[in-house]
Design a protein around this ligand. Structure first.
Ligand SMILES: C[S@@+](CC[C@H](N)C(=O)[O-])C[C@H]1O[C@@H](n2cnc3c(N)ncnc32)[C@H](O)[C@@H]1O
Length: 236
């Protein structure tokens, strides 16, 4: 399990929680799990490798390969035509979501870093999914508030600054269609979510978010022990 860490983004200081490995599996079982799901293809492998090489102290922000497979398969199951991602980084999760879109489907990506997302754009192009993705470089809350109020989103993935989660949730839930799904990453806060009175603001933010989502009667929830914990919410 990767440790909980404080990190700074290029475009703005962010505090986030990262762990690409599973919080509860032995290394052997985790390796087995990864080896028995659909593996990343060459483009995804190259993206993962470049992120590790160019941004070695930030690469942990990237989702894990098993999360990538999960995003693609879930998208295909849902027949996603309209998706939103909050927190794009170098583009691996967006690539996974874009590959699961239904024909004609679109993904809107929200990030504030031109540097990180320049890497993303190259790989989306190479994977042939760039025409399905719109990237908006602005605080995600502003981007989400500009979206139509219609409940038209099929799938959303929240994976940006943890202190912003409740705000992102409150913009996304009303815009999600009945039966649509919202995924939220890092809900284990690197395992620290069970601490009493944690001293880290991002851990506190995750705790507050998890309680907020639990109390929200507009959705039904399941918290999956996938990597650093992923909440799957289905809009009623
Ligand atoms: C954990 S990383 C996302 C990882 C990405 N989902 C992946 O799998 O590669 C968090 C991202 O959120 C972005 N971010 C931080 N604060 C933000 C904000 N207020 N609005 C939009 N993006 C933000 C950072 O620039 C960073 O790229």
């Amino acid at each position: 399990m990767r440790s909980y860490q404080r990190r700074r983004g290029c475009a703005a200081a962010i505090v986030t929680v990262m762990s690409t490995a599973s919080a509860q599996l032995s290394p052997e079982l985790h390796e087995y799990l990864v080896a028995h799901g659909s593996p990343p293809d060459e483009v995804a492998r190259d993206l993962i490798a470049e992120t590790g090489r160019v941004l070695p102290d930030r690469a942990e922000m990237q989702i894990s390969p098993e999360q990538g497979a999960f995003l693609t398969v879930l998208g295909r199951l849902l027949g996603v035509r309209s998706a939103v991602e909050v927190g794009t980084f170098t583009g691996y999760s967006a690539l996974a979501i874009a590959r699961g879109l239904a024909p004609g489907g679109r993904l809107l990506c929200c990030d504030i870093s031109e540097d990180y997302t320049a890497v993303a754009r190259r790989y989306w192009q190479r994977a042939g999914v760039a025409d399905r993705i719109e990237l908006r470089l602005a605080p995600a809350l502003d981007t989400l508030r500009e979206l139509s109020a219609e409940p038209s989103l099929d799938l959303s993935f929240i994976d940006a600054d943890k202190e912003g989660y409740v705000g992102y949730w409150e913009e996304i839930v009303p815009r999600t269609r009945p039966g649509g799904v919202i995924l939220v990453d890092n809900v284990f806060a690197g395992g620290r979510v069970v601490e009493t009175d944690p001293d880290h603001t991002a851990v506190q933010a995750i705790q507050q978010f998890n309680e907020h989502a639990l109390a929200d009667e507009r959705v039904e929830l399941v918290m999956l022990p996938l990597s650093d914990g992923v909440t799957l919410a289905r809009k009623r």
